[in-house]
Design a binder for this molecule. Structure first.
Ligand code: SF4
Ligand code: SF4
Length: 113
């Protein structure tokens, strides 16, 4: 399994979770070149060890075990994974196309969850 970052992180992105992850699988960090351009952070599903340390650190309750993710946020499972499958693997065009097709997931909802 993995943990998933869902909609409340979009536009929040305070990186509190990054600081506690023991395997550094949450990106982009503030040190990554694309931190400013990504509207949310993502968890690498192949690296996450399901420790749960990140969930209580999040001020907006955006992080859930995959199995506990609300159905309305199911799209975030693929979104988290695609960041690593596409962008982190060097397929910038593929990632940009994916983001364009999933703009609804990346638009801050202003707290209307
Ligand atoms: S569950 Fe643990 S390993 Fe997975 S992203 Fe959170 S802190 Fe990192
Ligand atoms: S702690 Fe929550 S809001 Fe902050 S970056 Fe992590 S997932 Fe996003």
């Amino acid at each position: 399994m993995t943990y998933i970052i869902a909609e409340p992180c979009v536009g929040t992105k305070d990186t509190a979770c990054v600081k506690v992850c023991p395997v550094d699988c949450i990106h982009p960090t503030r040190d990554d070149a694309d931190f400013e351009e990504e509207p949310t952070l993502y968890i690498a599903p192949a690296e996450c060890i399901d420790c749960g340390a990140c969930t209580p650190e999040c001020p907006v309750a955006a992080i859930f075990p995959q199995d506990d993710l609300a159905p309305k946020w199911s799209g975030y499972t693929e979104l988290n994974a695609k960041y690593f499958e596409l962008k982190k693997a060097g397929d910038l065009a593929g990632w940009n196309a994916y983001k364009e097709a999933h703009k609804d997931l990346l638009t801050p909802k202003g707290g209307a969850h």
